[in-house]
Design a binder for this molecule. Structure first.
Ligand code: M6R
Length: 609
């Protein structure tokens, strides 16, 4: 989604801003732009397409400003053209604005600006309205003009503004879109996300909703909605700088798939103490807190929703509380039955997904306790939750989620098992058995990554297919959905995932000779049923690739090919079984010459509804 960067200091703002925008490329964008305050003017350059296009436009020496703002845009209002790219300027060209989010009432403000102030719009964007509003209110004091403009605006935004006549400050405001300020030496920074600043600083302030931040080169001042100065703790970012780079891999996605053993280790092991008990940093549920619950909702989008599907089985099995999984985009529109007897669990890698955040707020309003599983520290979802369990997966840059998913599954295991013990619904012996299983996962994930050669060969065989099916039973259904989504989003092949038992209720009509099926059969207790489903599709001459645990000899007799994951218990199998499917999607996409890390039409974090 859109990214914002700002810089004020003694160095060339142009370089800092371009580097910052590069750090935000993973958010997805289709145009980029920069505005620099230089010699009493504001110089703007913007281009559609890759950042390189913009860079080519700004090599000239006139771009010598020491203050500036930049933006990567993912089109929402208006197509991804140069005109619609940010920054946008006020009518006299003396105010420049970059913005992430949507101004919901821009269609009321626009006619008002045109009629009363004779403004001529130059773009189709809602953002241009912010620049004009500030321009209309500006009388030599940017801060007060921004305040007046904000009073007129409705919607979600993080925006930053500079004024030609005040080249000593950047003013920014946050409402429901991410914004941070970075502290430098004789300079300061602004960004929508941490990776933009990693090259320059690790000391940051998280800007809260409805706050205004004013950056000069020597100071960062934060004010709340009432205009009161806020004292904010500095947050020290401990991410490894290399983590935000590709580290020698051809694509972020491959790097992130390969990081899974380590991400699982980091997410899991520190939460198991030397007596084998689960300790969830900062999260405490007493038996009474759990006994009062009559319902658990797990709400998320996309891959995180697929993790939620696995979570449902875990919570019902270990905690014995009815658990529903819902898509965040549907949840709040169907009047869910939520009250103070509800535990609302939301899962989000970015912690900024607008639908998930909105569902969280709805559940909170109705009295639910909110527990989130997030990867992004200090993200909106994390901050608005009562309890947060972080997936210590490190930054996930590729749009296709991989290590975030497997670590989300780890968190779901940890939380459900912890609650099962507190509530007394998960027997100790059973608990200890699964803990031992979980502890073997980092090594087994390492082992599973070795299926890469097999998956590459399968990709070479099948990359020309126009349709691929995924089937499974039990937790394998969630894995089938996730494998199918991975394939669709990065290879653009049409694929379909379905619970195997459901095939004969309609979808089986699609099977013809050589229709390709990936059949997940990792659940021993459901094996016989799955075997029969595979027989059904074989009888219709489908081509089948089975995925099962080492040692299953029966599957090889009915499938054309079989891929093996290490032996493990049924409960944890889904954490491993998804890995070959991620690898398959990757290699098919590569053979199809797709833009693997930035698939078309997709953004890493979806901050619009
Ligand atoms: O940041 P979130 O986990 O909230 O994102 C939710 C989905 O947009 C996300 O999981 C998406 O489906 C994946 N990037 C697909 O790989």
């Amino acid at each position: 989604m859109c990214g914002i960067v700002g810089y004020i200091g003694n160095d060339s703002a142009k370089n800092v801003i371009i580097n910052g925008l590069r750090g935000l490329e993973y958010r997805g964008y289709d145009s980029a732009g920069i505005a620099l305050g230089s010699r009493g003017r504001i110089l703007v350059r913007k281009e559609s397409g890759a950042l390189e296009n913009l860079e080519k436009k700004i090599t000239k020496s006139e771009f010598d400003g020491k203050i500036g703002i930049g933006h990567t845009r993912w089109a929402t209002h208006g197509s991804p053209t140069r005109e619609n790219a940010h920054p946008h300027l006020s009518a006299d060209g003396k105010i420049a604005v970059v913005h992430n989010g949507i101004i919901e009432n821009y269609d009321e403000l626009k006619p008002w600006l045109i009629e009363n102030h004779h403004i001529e719009y130059r773009s189709e964007t809602d953002t241009e309205t912010i620049a004009h509003l500030i321009g209309v209110y500006y009388q030599g004091d940017l801060e007060s003009a921004v305040k007046k403009a904000v009073l007129r605006m409705r919607g979600t935004y993080a925006f930053a503004a500079i004024a030609a006549d005040e080249p000593n400050k950047i003013v920014a405001v946050r409402k429901d879109a991410p914004l941070i300020a970075g502290i430098g030496e004789n300079c300061n920074y602004l960004a929508s996300d941490i990776p933009a600043l990693l090259k320059y600083t690790r000391d940051i302030y998280l800007i809260e909703n409805d706050e205004m931040v004013i950056l000069t080169k020597d100071e960062i001042k934060i004010y709340d909605a009432d205009g009161t100065r806020v004292k904010r703790e500095i947050m020290r970012v401990t991410w490894d700088a290399d983590a935000a780079e590709k580290g020698g891999y051809e694509h972020f996605m491959m790097k992130e798939m390969c990081e899974q053993p380590d991400a699982i280790r980091k997410t899991l092991l520190p939460r198991i103490d030397n007596k084998g008990r689960i300790k969830l940093d900062g999260i405490k549920f007493e038996k009474d807190d759990l006994d009062v619950l009559d319902h658990i909702y797990i709400v998320a989008c996309g891959t995180a929703y697929h993790a939620g599907l696995q979570g449902k089985s875990l919570f019902e099995k270990y905690v014995k509380i009815p658990t529903e999984v819902d898509l965040a985009s549907e949840f709040r529109y169907r009047k869910p039955l939520v009250d103070n007897r509800t535990l609302f669990i939301c899962i989000s890698q970015s912690g900024e997904t607008q639908d998930t955040l909105a569902a969280l707020r709805e559940a909170k309003k109705q009295g639910a306790r909110i527990l989130s599983i997030c990867n992004a520290m200090g993200s909106s979802i994390a901050r608005e939750s009562d309890d947060v369990l972080y997936t210590w997966a490190g930054p996930e840059i590729a749009v296709a989620s991989t290590k975030a998913y497997t670590t989300q599954l780890i968190c779901l295991h940890l939380i459900s098992m912890y609650m099962g013990r507190v509530r007394g619904t998960l027997p100790k012996v059973e608990f200890e058995r699964i803990i031992e299983e979980l502890k073997t996962l980092p090594e087994k994930a390492e082992e599973t990554l070795k299926t890469e050669n097999v998956m590459r060969e399968l990709a070479e065989k099948f990359f020309i297919k126009e349709q691929i099916f995924y089937i499974g039973r039990g937790t394998d259904v969630g894995t089938a959905y996730e494998g199918s989504l991975k394939l669709k989003e990065i290879s653009y092949i049409n694929s379909f995932a379905i619970a195997a038992g459901e095939l004969k209720h309609g979808t089986i009509a699609l099977i013809r000779k050589q229709t390709l099926f990936f059949a997940l059969a990792t659940q021993d207790f459901l094996y016989e049923k799955m075997h029969s489903n595979i027989e059904e599709i074989k009888a219709r001459n489908a081509h089948t690739v089975g995925i099962t645990k080492d040692g299953n000899k029966r599957l090889a007799k009915i499938c054309d090919e079989v891929v093996y994951i290490p032996k493990c218990s049924d409960e944890v199998a889904s954490i491993l079984a998804v890995i070959p499917l991620q690898l398959l999607a990757y290699h098919i996409a590569k053979l199809r010459k797709r833009d693997i890390d930035k698939p078309r039409n997709l953004a890493k974090s979806v901050t619009v509804e």
